[in-house]
Design a binder for this molecule. Structure first.
Ligand code: FES
Ligand SMILES: [Fe+2]
Length: 440
């Protein structure tokens, strides 16, 4: 098995023309190591949300690929992302999930770093270093670029990566559907509660492809559909809204991003019903009308589920949330889930959403459990010597994207695997390209 990896290109494992993708990309340790360099050290990665660090000294310990990073607001309110490792002997300088600090003091020998990353204090500086240590050279390691977009914060280690908005391209419309207020005002979201974190025995690409657009796995969720765990207590989401609308699978071949959206018919009424809670129902009714008024025809495009290459996934409507699938080995992924609400929504609305989010998502949520079962067992059944010889099938709707001009991108209104082929094609680009000059 290893020979064709060692001698070949990643592209040779990903045949999007024939719809055959090697299992090696999901199980190989060799490819996994290469991904850390080729994908995660070069792509723009989501690291957190501004509402998590509102005040000077606030920090949130995030991840970029396998590596721990500190997202922090310094005393001058500038936001930084630092590698969470001491410059002396590598100890993690911050071991908490989040908090507020004036300095980060390394627990090993006590070097301390200011919130702007500079090395501020060194114990026994005179005695041990004759006062000659050049502190300006030994500050925390900072990312090459950072970007803020409507509350979301992104970073990349690659100084040559294009500006974030270029990287995002036309996927921006779909990210806006996540980050903008429910009534169509720009931005205005905040993170609700803490970040849910859990591990899963599968490759990070399984959940990423699922969010990029697996419109085919309804059978997995049959039980929650029947139980009616949606906000309305009927379907999984808002069933009526789905019935009255067309589903669009949208992919962007040049970037690897993909989304599934709903194109609502003209004048579809609000169908976000939260049981018999009049405050919450009135709020969503109001938002629905306001959004139509502000956005016009654009209001008809509702985001459902999406993935920004490589592994930042989101649900733009319900449960409105961001997921990052941190790689932890070829067969291990750490999932992190941020839940979003409009900052100025009434408390009763936030409470109702929190309850819905918890019963839907995460390790205790009824829907996500279904998906995790599939990813874990598929991984275990794919890693054996014999199993690895047989590619997966990605042949749905090969070369048959069918709708033009409704929204930008390659669009299909059928059940299709085009979104997922787009993700893996871009993955192969990253794996084989030697620099951003080739990736542009
Ligand atoms: S490892 Fe941090 S001070 Fe030595
Ligand atoms: Fe699912």
């Amino acid at each position: 098995m290893a020979s064709h990896i060692a001698n070949g290109t990643a592209r040779s494992l990903v045949d999007v023309e024939k719809g055959r993708i090697s299992r090696e990309i999901f199980v190989s340790d060799e490819l996994y190591l290469k991904e850390q360099e080729q994908v995660f050290a070069r792509a723009w990665l989501f690291v957190g949300h501004e509402s998590q660090i509102p005040n000077p000294g606030d920090y949130f310990t995030s991840c970029m690929g396998e590596e721990s990073v500190i997202l922090v607001r310094d005393r001058e309110r500038r936001v930084h992302v630092f590698l969470n490792t001491c410059r002396h002997r590598g100890m993690k300088v911050c071991r908490y999930d989040e908090g507020n600090a004036t300095v980060f003091t390394c627990p090993y020998h006590g070097w301390s770093f200011a919130t702007d990353g500079t090395l501020a204090g060194v114990p026994y500086l005179k005695e041990a270093y004759d006062d000659e240590l050049d502190k300006s050279e030994w500050g925390l390691i900072e990312v090459a670029q950072i970007a803020h977009y409507k509350g979301s914060i992104w970073a990349t280690w690659d100084p040559k990566a294009p500006p974030f908005l270029d990287y995002l391209g036309e996927m921006r419309l779909h990210l806006d559907n996540l980050l903008d207020c429910r009534d169509g005002r720009e931005g205005g979201s905040e993170v609700l509660g803490g970040v849910q974190k859990w591990t899963m025995p599968c490759n990070w690409k399984f959940p990423s492809e699922n969010f990029a657009g697996d419109s085919y796995h309804n059978i997995s969720h049959r039980s929650v559909d029947l139980a009616g765990i949606g906000p309305s207590g009927r379907g999984r989401r808002d069933t009526d809204q789905h019935r009255a609308s067309e589903r669009l699978l949208i992919s962007f071949p040049g970037t690897g991003h993909a989304a599934t959206s709903i194109l609502q018919g003209e004048d579809v009424p609000n169908t976000s019903f939260f049981g018999d809670n009049p405050v919450v129902n009135e709020y969503f009714e109001h938002c629905h009308e306001e959004r139509k008024r502000r956005l016009g025809q654009k209001a008809r495009v509702l985001g459902v589920v999406a993935n920004i290459f490589p592994h930042m996934s989101f649900l733009a409507r319900q449960p409105r949330s961001i997921a990052v699938w941190h790689p932890r080995g070829a067969l291990q992924t750490e999932a992190w889930r941020w839940f979003l609400v409009d900052k100025d929504a009434p408390q009763e609305v936030k409470d109702a959403l929190r309850h819905f989010y918890m019963r839907y998502s995460g390790p205790g949520g009824m829907t996500e459990q279904d998906d995790m079962e599939n990813w874990g067992y598929a991984s275990a059944a794919s890693k054996g010597t014999i199993a690895r010889r047989y590619p997966y099938n990605y042949q749905q709707r090969l070369g048959r994207g069918d709708t033009e001009g409704v929204v930008p991108g390659t669009v299909d209104t059928h059940i299709s695997e085009e979104n997922v082929r787009c993700l893996y094609s871009r993955w192969a680009d990253f794996m084989d390209a030697s620099s951003w000059d080739e990736l542009r």
